[in-house]
Design a protein around this ligand. Structure first.
Ligand code: NOJ
Length: 711
């Protein structure tokens, strides 16, 4: 990725800045929410020279841009949108699996492609910027936005984050096919106490640097052009007001060269929600000084900033710096040359983009249990599909699509093509000659249409029952955290009644997050985590059921056995009072990294060349199916001056092996992979012994171990 600052760009930026009035500078720092202002106001903001607008598409965006370009300096506005798993707020776009589902593929190239396709479609809509990726960690699964994360692990989130940023931004931001990425939410948002959206975090800067900063550091390294400030706070200071987080860490240490945008109305929240500022002027002063360059939706910042500078409370140089950061990105994007009609309009939802969405869905399917019922064989003549989520495209899409996002019309008719699980099963069964019966039974929410008796009746003639369980969009997203992650509505009751039929049950989780499936796992013959697979999620799962593809997904997040166990994540710090609650094991139901295949992989011959920090293991496919395995490398610092995680992912590789094939898989580690963060916030490697673990999941039973000593 190119560096954002270069001398030609800088002199151009300075030349524009030199002509700007104080008011124009203040306007440049404002991002206007199109849906929350009148059309007249939107045009007024364009004439004032607002830096950006969000959630406006197509012709509306073009009209506003024309107005902006016709002003004295003609500075183009940036148009931003939440294109989170595809450009989903446009009804014609290709819809990919959610970030969480895509993370199950453990495949940076696939996620990069997801970014590339999304960028093309966003650009074709006249927009320049997606508020993606989310680099918060999904550790407390009660949080409503778990689906937006790449899971619980900082290394995996960083690798996938860097990949999707490469996809969004490409090598040349000005080529019209790429857009700005936005790493968010900086920082710790996902670790809010109790999984409560936007609450305080029990965070220290040491902890932040050790666990939560690395994905953002990777994003900066990958050249991310923008970063969004989180809602929460650290040790009593809102992140929006943290000079340390933004100026010292992000800019001075990590060398971030793009611009920082706040999250939704963060400046006003300093007054209204967090009560650290008496009024908007005070809040604006705090936010600008801390290093926020653009204020999302807090349009009142404009008047405050002008007042603050005119009264001598705020140095105009602070505004200059922020505006420089914004203009640099605009110049780099080539917006002054071409602000509109970039990209390729015909690419929206085109076949090749949809193929990418299908490939992503296929790789994200994760098989968690299989007692032999899968893949379905030729003896399976009668399949009964049960559960609302088997045929509910809203549940399959999850958050941030035109059809599911609360800001958009949830009543809109979904745009084809898409394939639900039921439709996918019907298509596969048509080829195998099996018959398919469907009964809704019930869904995740109580409904008058729940009919458990009809579902039981329909299942009586089945050779196999496919039961789709999960959640719906009303149970996830911003402001939608759950205290209880057990199966909602009458899903568990229906499951127990199905069990009484004594037939094989394949349970498919179509959900935004891991749910507590302890009972369901015990009595299902097979269990698949599909999460939100996007437009072809149903097809991908059906192909796995029928053995048309061999599943290779691995969990990027742990499954709790019970809500009372949350948070549960693999890279915890060591404790010593046993591994049980009085009433439950402390271990997760399914661990980070877990995922089965129709073939069997074996690991052997783990060795290390210490001088090169090169690790080598032999991976063998012992079965008779071709399949992919994600080889994972974890480290444990055996003696350290501060507590370090019991295990920490430092590398992974996805390998495709033919039936019967063996191959050496080689990892070149870096010394820094063994580092920790001291109480004084310094990162370093403490010499001594380390255990390396290599295998197919984070579970001890799946790992080979080798100890090494670093000088
Ligand atoms: C608030 C959300 O927290 C953020 O992720 C999103 O990008 C903005 N709203 C804009 O929609």
């Amino acid at each position: 990725m190119q560096h954002l600052s270069d001398p030609t760009v800088e002199s151009r930026v300075n030349a524009i800045l030199a002509q700007m009035t104080l008011a124009e500078k203040a306007a440049q720092m404002v991002q206007v929410p199109f849906a929350y202002v009148t059309e007249e106001e939107a045009f007024l903001w364009a004439r004032r020279g607002a830096g950006s607008f969000l959630h406006v598409m197509g012709e509306d965006a073009r009209r506003i841009q024309r107005e902006a370009m016709s002003t004295r300096l003609g500075i183009p506005a940036l148009f931003g949108i939440d294109a989170i798993h595809g450009h989903g707020l446009n009804r014609r776009a290709a819809i990919f699996p959610s970030q969480l589902a895509a993370a199950c593929a453990w495949n940076p190239a696939l996620v990069e492609e997801m970014g590339r396709v999304t960028a093309r479609e966003v650009a074709a809509d006249g927009l320049h910027w997606t508020f993606s990726p989310v680099l918060c960690l999904g550790r407390d699964t009660r949080w409503g936005r778990i689906d937006e994360t790449f899971g619980e692990d900082p290394y995996l989130a960083g690798e996938l984050g860097a990949a999707i940023i490469r996809g969004y931004q490409g090598d040349d931001l000005s080529d019209g096919e790429h857009i700005l990425a936005c790493a968010k939410h900086y920082i710790g948002y996902g670790d809010a106490v109790g999984g409560r959206d936007s609450c305080d975090t029990e965070m220290t800067f040491r902890k932040l640097r050790e666990t939560f900063l690395p994905p953002f550091a990777r994003a900066v390294e990958a050249g991310v052009a923008t970063i969004m400030t989180a809602y929460g706070s650290i040790d009593g200071t809102p992140f929006t007001a943290s000079r340390k987080a933004m100026r010292e860490i992000l800019r001075d240490e990590l060398g971030f060269e793009g611009f920082v945008v706040t999250d939704w109305d963060n400046v006003n929240s300093l007054v209204e929600k967090q009560h650290v500022a008496a009024d908007l002027d005070e809040a604006s002063l705090l936010a600008a000084r801390a290093g926020n360059d653009m204020m999302m939706t807090t349009t009142a910042f404009y008047d405050s900033a002008i007042r603050l500078v005119e009264s001598g409370k705020l140095d105009e140089a602070v505004l200059d710096e922020a505006v420089r950061n914004i203009l640099r990105v605009k110049v780099r994007m080539g917006l002054f040359e071409q602000a509109m009609d970039r990209g390729t309009p015909e690419c929206m939802g085109c076949e090749s983009h949809r193929t990418s969405a299908l490939l992503a869905a296929r790789e994200s399917v994760t098989l968690l249990k299989n007692d032999g019922v899968l893949p379905l064989d030729g003896n399976t003549r009668n399949i009964t599909v049960i559960g609302a989520n088997a045929d509910d495209i809203r549940a399959q899409y999850g958050d941030w699509t035109y059809f599911t996002h609360p800001h958009m019309s949830t009543e809109a008719i979904p745009e084809r093509p898409y394939v639900t699980l039921l439709e996918g099963i019907r298509a596969c069964a048509a080829q195998s000659g099996a018959s398919v019966v469907y009964a809704r039974g019930c869904g995740p929410l109580f409904s008058e249409t729940d009919d458990l008796d009809a579902a039981i009746e329909a299942a009586k003639g089945a050779d196999v029952i496919v039961f789709a369980v999960g959640d719906v969009i009303e149970q996830a997203g911003e402001f939608r955290d759950r205290a209880d992650l057990s199966l909602s509505g009458r899903q568990e009751e229906l499951f127990l009644r199905l069990c009484a039929l004594q037939k094989p049950i394949v349970t498919v989780l179509v959900a935004t997050k891991p749910l507590c499936l302890t009972r369901v796992t015990e009595s299902s013959g097979a269990l698949i985590a599909a999460f939100n697979g996007g437009q072809y999620g149903g097809q991908a799962v059906a192909e796995v059921l029928f053995g048309e593809i061999n599943p290779g997904g691995k969990l990027p997040i742990s499954f709790p056995r019970h809500s009372g166990q949350i948070p549960v994540y693999y890279n915890s710090l060591p404790g010593w009072h046993g591994e049980r609650y009085v009433d439950l094991p402390e271990t997760p139901l399914f661990a980070f990294g877990e995922g089965l295949s129709y073939t069997t992989f074996a690991y052997s011959n783990l060795r290390v060349d210490q001088s090169k920090l090169q690790v080598r293991v032999t991976l063998s496919n012992l079965g008779d199916h071709k399949g992919s395995e994600t080889v994972q490398v974890y480290v444990r610092d055996l003696v350290s001056s501060v507590l370090t995680p019991v295990k920490r992912l430092i590398a992974f590789q996805k390998v495709l092996l033919d039936a019967g094939e063996s191959r050496d898989v080689v990892f070149s580690l870096k010394r820094d992979d063994f580092s920790l963060v001291l109480p004084n916030e310094q990162r370093l490697v403490e010499p001594g012994a380390f255990a390396l673990f290599v295998g197919g999941s984070s579970k001890d039973s799946d790992l080979l171990r080798l100890d090494i000593v670093l000088a």
